[in-house]
Design a protein around this ligand. Structure first.
Ligand code: ATP
Ligand code: MG
Length: 575
């Protein structure tokens, strides 16, 4: 492709909306353009890279015997009502009606649709196992679309679904997909970790997230350097600390104006670990109407883990929000800043399991400017639910081996789930076994964010001058830069290199624009083409300059050597 003819425009300035490197560079390289918040279009160079990622995904999925199909992005509400997710999915789902008032959504994911297809067409055990996938546009009306392709409202996903006769079959299918994912992300040149994850709105009973390591990522991973523990912080179990002190008598104390844990611990000269923190919520039912008040209690220095809390309550995340303390107070006796488990009524009390193992804690007294000392679980209060609802933090003991855990940030590029029979049960997907008896199909599902992967690659592969594409996903492999296009000799040599590279199957660009050399070099750096061959003054002697985008070194070599090296490096790195 000739840059003089190519539809592209690099930007000199950092666009206002962009905060993180991948967003900045994809915009500056002219690879993507924003339409509205969270909705992006792909320009020629960007679209080539998207297609390369898709192709890697296709190849690895096909190798595992998964078969590609393509389902509609528009999905009828009935199927989601059957599975129970028309409500559970909440406001992220993009809902619409046709002219006859029939309800639809733009698919945020496709479990229901694939289950529906398979239940109507699979009848015998002989047709199983089966694995189907598609690469398709998904829609999620995200509360906070941001970071460009990272969290967008329209994005490309590869989603695959496996259908097996039993759990053993599912375990195998899951491992096969896990293996494919490792190959895919390795070919995309990502540094990643596969970590245990929560199953969220998708449901099911086991899951792994594939997380590309990056400081700008929204996923937090807890991992242990001694053992194999690696889990999202949403998921990671926490170890409860234990105290064996004698239980002391309750004592109510005056603590004027001490509304926070920090205030009260300072005022009473306690450690934050010796206090109880209250978090107050209201939940809603399927119609969006008030369901109940919830008070959650964790040790004063702990953070509440919302994922664990909604799992404990068996409600979707969008059905809970922080309570308005004034209205809650009238009904339940809570007092803003002074709420404790003693004296609360008419609300569900969820207690972190750790609190049941500690002694003589300080809690709010449900009375303005008062706290209670020596509060003990069992003797003084009880929970309607007692379970682990706390967030793991760096330095906490590893739940497997006790070593202090570390926390890393990352970008979730893929996730695999063992769904089990969640969808086949609710939607009636059966097969007949050898004895002609009906059995539920056992399912798994496997997603990769194609466009988010593109952003994650840029996040890991850039410098202060632009993108540095790995060969496997670069929009083009080589750029031949002509220093002075009015120089016939230079143009002749450049055209020769360009044509020979193309003949050898290398994807080449030629920068034949009538621009200053400095502009061309800058653009080549922003675009991040892995190899640049510069044709300048020494063209008449048959000498050109050879430079990998990732290196600072420029090497002079003969035209033929440059061509040969280029072909070899592309072949070696394309994987
Ligand atoms: P997240 O926790 O980041 O919201 P998710 O767990 O809801 O993601 P899945 O339902 O597992 O996502 O979707 C599969 C994959 O699709 C994710 O691993 C991610 O790579 C991608 N993805 C999900 N939401 C978005 C989005 N808003 N923009 C871009 N890619 C997304
Ligand atoms: Mg996920």
């Amino acid at each position: 492709m000739r840059l003089s003819k190519m539809y592209f425009r690099t930007l000199r300035e950092v666009p206002n909306e962009a905060e993180i490197p991948s967003h900045i560079w994809l915009l500056r390289a002219g690879m993507i353009r924003k339409l509205v918040s969270g909705v992006y279009g792909f320009m020629p160079l960007g679209f080539r890279s998207v297609r390369k990622i898709e192709e890697i995904v296709r190849q690895e999925m096909d190798k595992k015997g998964s078969q590609e199909i393509h389902m509609s992005a528009i999905q009828p509400a009935e199927l989601w009502k059957e599975s129970g997710r028309w409500f559970a999915y909440g406001p992220e789902m993009w809902r619409l009606k046709d002219r006859n008032e029939r309800e639809f959504c733009l698919g945020p994911t496709h479990e229901e649709i694939f289950t529906d297809i398979v239940r109507s067409e699979v009848s015998s055990y002989r047709q199983l196992p089966l694995n189907l996938y598609q690469i398709q546009t998904k829609y999620r009306d995200e509360a906070r679309p941001r970071f460009g392709l990272m969290r967008s409202r329209e994005f490309v996903m590869k989603d695959a679904y496996s259908f097996d006769r039993d759990r053993e079959g599912l375990d195998k299918s899951y491992n096969v997909m896990y293996d494919a994912y490792e190959k895919i992300f390795t070919r995309c040149d990502l540094k990643f970790r596969a970590v245990e994850a929560d199953t969220g709105a998708i449901g099911g009973n086991a899951s792994h997230e594939f997380t590309a390591l990056s400081e700008v990522g929204e996923s937090e991973v807890a991992y242990c350097e001694k053992c194999e523990l690696a889990a999202t912080t949403e998921r990671a179990a926490c170890v409860d600390s234990i105290c064996h002190e004698e239980e002391l008598p309750l004592e109510i104390v005056l603590t004027p104006g001490t509304k926070t844990i920090a205030d009260v611990s300072e005022y009473l000269n306690l450690r934050e670990e010796q206090t109880i923190k209250a978090l107050l919520f209201v939940t809603y039912d399927e119609k969006g109407e008030f369901a109940e008040y919830v008070a959650a209690f964790v040790r004063g220095d702990r953070e509440l883990n919302m994922t664990k809390l909604v799992n404990a309550l068996s409600i979707p995340e969008h059905a809970i929000e922080f309570a308005d303390e004034v209205s809650m107070s009238a009904k339940t006796g809570c007092v803003g800043g002074f709420t404790g488990p003693i004296g609360l009524h008419d609300c569900k009390i969820v207690v972190d399991s750790e609190l049941t193992k500690l002694k003589n804690l300080c809690a709010g007294a449900c009375k303005v400017d008062h706290h209670i000392l020596n509060v003990n679980y069992g003797r003084d209060y009880k929970g309607d639910i007692v379970t682990d609802i706390k967030l793991i933090k760096a330095g906490d003991p590893c739940p497997v081996c006790g070593t202090p855990v570390k926390i890393a940030r990352g970008i979730e590029v893929g996730q695999v789930f063992k769904l089990g029979t969640k969808y086949s049960e609710s939607m009636g997907a059966y097969y007949k076994d050898e004895n002609m008896e009906d059995q539920l199909i056992v399912m798994g599902c496997y997603g990769i964010g194609i466009t988010r992967t593109l952003a994650a690659i840029v996040e890991q592969h850039h410098d202060e001058n632009g993108i540095i594409w790995p060969m496997s996903v670069a929009p083009y492999h080589v750029i031949v830069t002509v220093v002075k296009t009015s120089d016939e000799e230079q143009m002749k040599v450049a055209e020769k290199i360009y044509n020979e590279l193309i003949d050898a199957g290398v994807e080449a660009l030629i920068d034949d624009r009538d621009e200053r050399a400095g502009v061309k070099f800058k653009d080549a750096d922003i675009l991040g083409i892995p190899l640049r061959i510069t044709v300048g003054k020494k063209a008449s002697e048959g000498i050109v300059e050879y430079k990998m985008r990732r290196d600072t070194e420029k090497i002079e070599m003969s035209v033929n050597e440059a061509i040969e090296n280029a072909i070899n490096v592309v072949k070696a790195e394309i994987n």
